[in-house]
Design a protein around this ligand. Sequence first.
Ligand SMILES: Nc1nc2c(ncn2[C@@H]2O[C@H](COP(=O)(O)OP(=O)(O)OP(=O)(O)O)[C@@H](O)[C@H]2O)c(=O)[nH]1
Length: 203
Amino acid sequence: MTSSPSPLRPSREEAEDAIRVLLRWAGEDPSREGLLDTPARVARSYEEFFEGYEISPEDLLKRTFSEVEDYDEIVLLRDIRFESHCEHHMVPIIGRAHVAYLPRKRVVGISKLARVVDAYARRFQIQERLTSQIANTIDSVLEPYGTAVILEAGHQCMTTRGVHRPGVSMVTSRMLGVFRDNSDTRRELMAMLNRPNIGELSA
Ligand SMILES: Nc1nc2c(ncn2[C@@H]2O[C@H](COP(=O)(O)OP(=O)(O)OP(=O)(O)O)[C@@H](O)[C@H]2O)c(=O)[nH]1
C-alpha cells in the first residue's frame, strides 16, 4: 500500500498471519493446499480495497481549467459506481454516487470527481461520512457556489448477514451552498438527475 509504511502499520507478514488466524477461527486448516496462497491474496486485495488511505483527495482537485471561468451552470457527474467497505462488519458497500457543483471560478476535469469518490470510498466507511467527506472536500478546494453529493448503496452487512434484506438501498445526501439554500437550484439538480442516463451510449 505504501513504499514507506508508518511504524504503527503491521508488516505484510503480520497481516498474512492475521488472515491465517481468521481462517483457523472459521474452522479451516490454512496449511491445506487450496489455502496456502490465500493470506497473500487477501493482503493484496486489501491493498486494493483500501488504497484510499494513500491518496490525498484535495490534491486530486488542484488542477483546474481557467479557460472556462465564465461557466456558471451546474456540473453534474452521475451514476459513478463506487465500492467501499462498511467499518462495522468489514464487508462491501456497493453503490452509485452523483456529484454536482456550481462553479464559481474553478472547473476541474470530471474524472477527478470520480477519483475523489474513490479516494474516500476505498477506506472503512459509513455512508453518511463518505457522503460528507466527498462534498466537503469539493466545496473547500473548488470554492464553488454550491456542492451536492447523493449516494445510493447496498450494504452487504444488511443483505448477506444479520437482518438479511436483499434489494434494500440506503440513500444519503449532502447539499452545500446554493444547493442547500436555493430551492430552485436544488430542483434543477433533481430534474437533471431524473433525466434518462445516456452515458451508456458511449460505454
Ligand atoms: N447509519 C449507518 N449504519 C450502518 C452503515 N453500515 C452499517 N450500518 C449499521 O450499523 C449497525 C451496527 O449495529 P450493531 O448492533 O453494533 O451490529 P450488529 O449486531 O452486527 O447489527 P445487525 O447488523 O443488526 O446484525 C447495523 O445496524 C448496520 O446495519 C452505514 O453506512 N450507516
